[in-house]
Design a protein around this ligand. Structure first.
Ligand SMILES: Nc1ncnc2c1ncn2[C@@H]1O[C@H](COP(=O)(O)OP(=O)(O)OP(=O)(O)O)[C@@H](O)[C@H]1O
Ligand SMILES: [Mg+2]
Length: 437
């Protein structure tokens, strides 16, 4: 019996021919024989496309293989990585997609698992022939190392590839560029390499310069000097999972949020729980570029409010209509959260955040961030003063680049602090009032 034909008279097999045109860096990356490879590039440089194309090819060429596709968080996995993969995967190849297990089976017996890597240890226990990490530097070098240990499906060639924009000089920079490890290959593309698939003016709109442009547009591993915060990413210092907090079930004394509005630059909305000792735990983040206010940002803020019982949002004062829209959206959802215009003094706000980050007399930190908040963690490693030298002019400001989560942090914690100070002062004044005999 002949294969079924579509209305153009082609057989189903012929109809699944892959009609892709890859740019030169994508082409070399997809063809590489290196066991470990990294397509590093600027924003929009065709990284996810390259990783997804490679995953599709691998599944076709290696029947019966088990692979894993990972991204830093579940929303990034679903909205970018998985979406690009399914756009490239010819439908006739699919046998079944098991959504609850996030597992896809092809007719040739190949299989892939989709995983968010905000808790990489959950990926232990599988034997993989290949894996792909999208936005690998945000997933973290640790996740890459954990998954490398899972590369051991017998009878299949083994390979792992990463795609992403660099996030400073990390383990990826070392293994792929500064001290290349054996069997590691780096492929680099700037944003310009993919310009024909991007909106006109895309790079100019980003407005990046200096070290940020080198990282975000050229895809170089840049060392960021003159950092604003002394943030220690060693687990247990500034990075702490709230699930490990003793007495977590007791909940939070108060939950607040900070919002920095964006469009070309990301909108960042962060949630902080304050524990009984006055320590702030960053619990969650929403972080998205080019998100529509009505369709994406407001629903996300409503959802965060509901999930964490946010009592008050402190919002960037630059967009009064957005503040009004958030107030209305929360009211429509029947949520009692307050919405407040944030205090926006940069230097004083930075002092508040720096003081919270400092070690307290009991050895702990007054502000810690959950590992799932990958964009906030990346910003702490890159938030710089305008000049990189040691002496700070008191009027100096930080660079306005990749500061969206930093601004949202300042809005929430500093406004709360100013209010607390005002209340303390009032109480101090009033404490002198006595009724005479
Ligand atoms: N070879 C190609 N052929 C057709 N379209 C492509 C190709 N490479 C990339 N694109 C398109 O260009 C756009 C940006 O690509 P992609 O999302 O892969 O970039 P990225 O580097 O992952 O971006 P981001 O930094 O936002 O994650 C997408 O619309 C994608 O479909
Ligand atoms: Mg991408």
């Amino acid at each position: 019996m002949s294969a079924p034909r579509d209305d153009r008279g082609e057989s189903a097999e012929e109809a699944t021919r892959l009609e892709w045109e890859l740019n030169p860096a994508q082409w070399d990356f997809v063809q590489t024989a290196a066991r470990f490879s990294f397509y590093v590039g600027g924003i929009g440089a065709g990284k996810t496309f390259a990783g997804a194309a490679r995953a599709v090819l691998r599944m076709i060429e290696d029947p019966g293989s088990l692979g894993l596709i990972g991204a830093p968080t579940y929303p990034m996995l679903r909205d970018a990585t998985q979406r690009a993969f399914f756009e490239l995967l010819p439908r006739p190849l699919i046998r079944r997609y098991l959504r609850a297990e996030e597992r896809l089976l092809l007719r040739n017996g190949s299989e892939v698992l989709f995983r968010s890597l905000d808790a990489p240890d959950r990926a232990r226990g599988v034997n993989l022939a290949w894996f792909w990490l999208d936005e690998a530097p945000l997933c973290g070098y640790y996740a890459w190392q954990v998954l490398k240990g899972r590369l051991r499906q017998t009878g299949h060639p083994l390979a792992a590839w990463a795609t992403g924009t660099p996030r400073g000089q990390d383990g990826f920079a070392r293994d792929f560029e500064t001290h290349p490890a054996p069997d590691h290959a780096l492929f680099r593309a700037s944003t310009w390499a993919n310009a024909r698939h991007l909106p006109p003016g895309f790079v100019a709109d980003l407005g990046y310069s200096g070290a940020f442009a080198q990282q975000e547009i050229e895809g170089l591993f840049v060392a960021f000097e003159g950092l604003v915060y002394a943030f220690d990413a060693t687990p247990g210092e500034h990075v702490r999972d709230p699930a490990e907090r003793p007495g977590d079930a007791a909940g939070w004394a108060r939950v607040i949020g900070g919002v920095d509005w964006g469009y070309t630059h990301p909108t960042a909305a962060l949630v902080f729980g304050q524990d009984g000792d006055g320590r702030y735990w960053q619990l969650d983040e929403f972080y998205q570029r080019r998100a529509s206010l009505e369709e994406v940002t407001l629903p996300a803020l409503v959802e965060l409010t509901r999930r964490w019982n946010v009592a008050e949002w402190f919002c960037g004062p630059d967009e009064p209509e957005h503040i009004a829209a958030l107030t209305a959206a929360l009211a429509r959802a029947g949520l009692p959260a307050r919405v407040t215009r944030a205090e926006n003094s940069v230097r004083a706000g930075i002092q508040t955040v720096a003081a919270l980050l400092a070690r307290r007399p009991d050895g702990s930190r007054g502000l810690v961030v959950a590992p799932r908040c990958v964009h906030t963690l990346a910003e702490y490693r890159q938030y710089q003063w305008a000049s990189a030298d040691g002496e700070r002019d008191p009027a100096e400001q930080p660079l306005k680049q990749r500061d969206d989560a930093m601004d949202a942090t300042r809005y929430a914690l500093h406004t709360e602090r100013v209010r607390q100070r005002a209340a303390d002062l009032t109480n101090a004044w009033l404490s002198g009032l006595r009724r005479g005999e």
